[in-house]
Design a protein around this ligand. Structure first.
Ligand code: ADP
Ligand code: MG
Length: 243
């Protein structure tokens, strides 16, 4: 595979509800190891875009390719569980009745020993190995979030989709966890699509920002360029209101 093949490419995605296009001709490319933030106000269509990529929402038109291979158009679709995509949502909670080890190992196949080895490796990575036999309720919110990250990364997904994953966290914790999450995702060379309505978060985490409004990507580029050269008044207002 040529090295300039995007890990994820969506082309002209459209999703209508009741005749209204809530995702309206959205196209994006993300390279391995790249973090793209889909940034925009509540209701602009961010989560719907992510859900189509995950395969839990069907597009009305448009295509999705992973590593150059078609995984979804309006006729053909690879089911969600075979897309090798990791998910991290704000309300995507850990299983309370399962141990930390079983939570992280949940989506893994293989024999017991190889699963245990991967679980240990991931918990080491998020610095929580000491909790391996503990339960979610024994962990702080930030620690639970790191376990959720370990769980999402365990099957070595090619793409990680994150929908406002840090918004449930304490302000004091958030920056640390953002940085830590970012460094782990970079080490794994995962392509990341991070949805957020917070410009701060996008500025801190993104290699590229895609500014979304009313179902459309209205501007796209490096964080510094989007921030310093907003395309229109609405983009200026969005950055300044949200801060
Ligand atoms: P965001 O994540 O940017 O806040 P969403 O993608 O969740 O936005 O929603 C975009 C728009 O689509 C909203 O107006 C929302 O009400 C609408 N919407 C989302 N899902 C459905 C659905 N299943 N049926 C009808 N409308 C929906
Ligand atoms: Mg949303």
């Amino acid at each position: 595979m040529p090295s300039d093949t995007p890990r994820l490419e969506i082309r002209n995605l459209v999703r209508r509800f009741d005749g209204r296009a809530v995702v309206d001709d959205v196209s994006l490319k993300i390279m391995p190891g790249q973090v793209t933030c889909l940034l925009g106000p509540s209701g602009c269509g961010k989560s719907t875009t992510l859900r189509m990529i995950a395969g839990v929402e069907m597009q009305d038109s448009g295509t999705i390719h992973v590593d150059g291979a078609l995984i979804c158009d309006t006729i053909f679709r690879v089911p969600p569980e075979r897309r090798e995509i990791g998910l991290m949502f704000q309300d995507f909670a850990l299983f309370p009745h399962l141990s930390v080890a079983d939570n992280v190992g949940y989506g893994l196949r293989g024999n017991k020993a190889s699963k245990r080895a991967r679980v240990e490796e991931l918990l080491e990575r998020v610095d929580l190995k000491r909790f391996i036999d503990g339960y979610p309720h024994q962990l702080s919110g930030g620690e639970q979030q790191r376990v959720a990250l370990a769980r999402a990364l365990a099957p070595r997904p090619r793409i990680m989709l994150m929908d406002e994953p840090f918004s449930g966290l304490d302000n004091r914790l958030r920056d640390g966890i953002r940085d830590e999450t970012l460094s782990i995702l970079k080490e794994e060379d995962t392509a990341v699509l991070l949805v957020t309505h917070e410009p701060d978060e996008a500025m801190r985490m993104a290699d590229e920002i895609a500014l979304m409004r009313d179902g459309k990507i209205v501007q796209q580029g490096a964080p510094y360029n989007v921030y310093t050269r907003p395309l229109d008044r609405a983009a200026v207002a969005f950055f300044s209101d949200a801060n």
